[in-house]
Design a protein around this ligand. Structure first.
Ligand code: ZN
Length: 326
């Protein structure tokens, strides 16, 4: 997603499934953990069978010109994602809790928000809803220039609540220079791993794939010295061309958790690239095979080899899982 094209279609322009912004915002929910009063959404006008087919082509100008149309399109997309996956998208001001947890960042403009949520919709659509629900993902928090305690973060997953993690079952995703929430698949994999209780230690099945050195290959330094130096303009530590043998990215050498998150990111974003490289890297190939096995299990056996073939052949679009009856 780092260099993907701008989103080309929006719900704006489609026949509205709910007319008022108020009603859409109710559908989108207000998050169950932010301390707001929550109302139980009424799903009378929207259900999973209509989700994903309400989009209409829109110009590539980027956004509807007027603010009300932008807000309506945003609210409609949020409502769709909440209904289909149970996921709430938050892109508002930093909350007091987030400030206390020492997060900082920049709020998105409405246009950026619309683009980013539309991108999220496309990326979420690569998974059947059962996979997303398995991860227990409750909220995606979108922001620009994300930092915590002064350190740059591209994203941050929180599987449980703590001082540094104000919202459990959520993750922060930063927008990249193209306005894309590039870390989505990476952070989602962190949540999935947490469900399997394998982190930080005990994931011998994965660690042993490194060969005799096993976990010794991981640097286990947080923050990783290299991470502090990473240059966002070159993506040096995320670049597949500067990866060490056995890893999808240099960043995967931090620990087994990051190793898996980086492999998952490449599978879901650049499938053919990682498969091609793995042809001459047997450790990476074995890691990919194990990741696929785990993703198949998480999805209730839906994401099998037929799915990966479809992904490789560009057949996994917004309606892929809907068309398969999920
Ligand atoms: Zn990570």
């Amino acid at each position: 997603m780092r260099n993907s094209a701008q989103a080309a279609a929006y719900v704006f322009g489609a026949k509205p499934i709910v007319d008022s912004i108020d009603a859409l915002q109710k559908l989108a929910g207000t998050g169950t953990q932010r301390g707001f009063t929550t109302t139980t959404p009424t799903y009378a006008s929207i259900n999973s069978s209509t989700v994903g087919v309400q989009t209409a082509a829109f110009s590539d100008l980027g956004c509807p010109a007027d603010g009300e149309s932008q807000n309506k399109a945003i609210a409609q997309l949020k409502a769709e994602l909440k209904v289909r996956y149970g996921v709430y998208i938050y892109s508002g001001d930093l909350t007091d809790e987030e400030k206390r947890a020492k997060f900082s960042g920049q709020k998105l403009t409405a246009c950026e928000e619309l683009n980013a949520i539309y991108s999220l919709k496309k990326e979420l659509a690569k998974y059947p809803p059962t996979y997303i629900r398995y991860t227990k993902l409750d909220e995606i928090r979108l922001i620009k220039k994300l930092k915590q305690d002064g350190n740059d973060w591209g994203g941050k997953a929180c599987s449980s609540r703590s001082e540094a993690c104000p919202i459990e079952n959520s993750f922060f995703v930063e927008l990249d220079d193209n306005g894309e929430p590039w870390g989505f698949h990476h952070e989602l994999n962190h949540l999935a791993i947490k469900r399997e209780q394998k982190f930080p230690i005990g994931d011998a099945e994965w660690v042993n794939l490194n060969g005799p050195e096993g976990a010794e290959l991981y640097e286990y330094q947080w923050p990783l010295p290299a991470f502090n130096l990473f240059d966002r303009r070159t993506w040096k530590y995320f670049d597949i061309n500067s990866r060490p043998q056995g890893f999808a990215e240099r960043y995967g050498t931090v620990d087994a958790d990051e190793d898996q998150a980086t492999v998952a990111w490449w599978l879901m974003n650049k499938y053919q690239d990682i498969m091609n490289i793995a042809q001459s890297d047997s450790i990476l190939y074995a890691k990919i095979s194990l990741m696929k096995k785990r993703m198949k299990e998480r999805s209730g056996n839906l994401m099998g080899e037929d799915y990966w073939n479809d992904l490789a052949n560009g057949k996994v679009d917004e309606n892929y899982w809907i068309n398969r009856g999920h």
